[in-house]
Design a protein around this ligand. Structure first.
Ligand SMILES: C[S@@+](CC[C@H](N)C(=O)[O-])C[C@H]1O[C@@H](n2cnc3c(N)ncnc32)[C@H](O)[C@@H]1O
Length: 335
């Protein structure tokens, strides 16, 4: 990567973005140990301050607003349509969840931790077995498959924006998953007993949020539940980390947690559960699997994408370590 690009990134996007982008373009594969330490070891106070303060807030807002004007689906596809075989190199082998698991001890495998998470969400869904369920942003169909495996009898439907995921969920798992944009696609009124989302509300942009909750509310039968797992900003609405996040999710912008609650309540939901969970063990588990599969990963996606994911996991770990955002599980009741 040219030094001139690093310098222009530094001025326009700040040190966090510039260093991340520089490391992504390193001409050799990043070293596993050095790379994890580079991002996660504590820095001097002035370096932390610099990373948090630049670019100044008006520049962050202008840049993010320009990114939000782009076609959102292009950014989603850029992240998820890398290759199904690539994601299989680090996700759990049982369900292929690409969302925060629930580690109950340090010795648990990723497979067990993802099953724990699915069980936790199942308890929040409060099912008797016949409910009609819609999964927004269903990925590779992980939660739908889990529900199928436990013998759920009601109709299961999933929406994704990723062609690769849809092909896998439809052809490999035989699930009813379609390539449907849940933000722009109208939902049928009072059609579902449960609306579920795991790691999808992060992709709903601030100006779309209330309309999204309204659609979910209208799609539920009275007494129906919306169960969501997502992360939201905990400290400030425009942290520098969301500028840097554009390297991984172009055109996505997170929302403050209180904004989620206010929007959901305004459309009529009663919030009956809101718990916070630790994303860091899952990110570390994905990283460890990813570096263990370094050769096939490099072969499948090449150097730049390899280094992009090497950077993505520890940077995301840091994001939660510094409490820029928290991972929530929520239940919303339609009265
Ligand atoms: C982090 S993945 C989570 C996948 C899955 N729920 C899981 O737990 O593994 C986010 C998912 O949201 C989907 N997504 C994001 N925005 C979307 C939209 N507007 N319409 C449909 N799917 C969307 C992506 O395609 C992807 O499947």
């Amino acid at each position: 990567m040219k030094l001139s690009l690093f310098i222009s990134d530094l001025i326009a996007r700040g040190p966090l973005y510039a260093v991340a982008n520089y490391r992504i373009h390193t001409p050799v594969p990043l070293d596993a140990e050095e790379n994890w330490r580079f991002w996660t070891e504590p820095k001097s106070l002035w370096l932390e301050w610099l990373a948090r303060s630049y670019p100044l807030e008006p520049a962050r807002i202008a840049y993010i607003n320009a990114m939000l004007d782009r076609d959102h689906s292009v950014g989603i596809e850029a992240h998820y349509d890398v290759s199904n075989d690539f994601y299989a190199l680090f996700l759990d082998t049982k369900y292929r969840f690409y969302t925060c698991a629930e580690f109950e001890s340090d010795t648990e495998t990723l497979e067990t931790a993802q099953t724990n998470k699915a069980e936790y969400l199942r308890s929040l869904l409060n099912l008797d077995g016949d409910e009609k369920i819609l999964d927004l942003g269903c990925g590779w169909g992980a939660m739908l498959k889990f529900l199928q495996d436990i013998g759920h009898r009601g109709e299961l439907t999933g929406f994704t924006l990723s062609k690769e995921q849809q092909i896998y969920a439809d052809q490999e798992l035989g699930l009813n998953v379609s390539l449907t944009n849940f933000i722009t696609h109208p939902f049928e009124n009072a059609a579902y007993d449960r609306v579920l989302s795991i790691g999808a509300l992060e992709h709903v942009r601030p100006k779309e949020l209330e309309q999204m909750y309204q659609k979910i509310y209208d799609a539920l039968v009275p007494g129906g539940l919306a169960v969501h797992q997502f992360f939201s900003l905990a400290r400030e609405p425009y942290p520098n980390s969301v500028v840097m996040l554009q390297l991984f999710f172009p055109g996505s912008m997170l929302v403050m947690h209180h904004t989620h609650i206010e929007a959901a309540e305004r459309v009529g939901f009663k919030i009956t559960h809101d718990s916070i969970h630790d994303y860091r063990p899952t990110l570390r588990a994905w990283y460890d699997r990813f570096v263990a599969n370094r050769s096939p990963a490099l072969e499948l996606v090449g150097l730049e994408t390899f280094n992009r994911y090497m950077t993505f996991f520890p940077i995301s770990w840091l994001f939660f370590q510094q409490h820029e955002a928290d991972l929530h599980r929520m239940v919303m009741l339609k009265l």
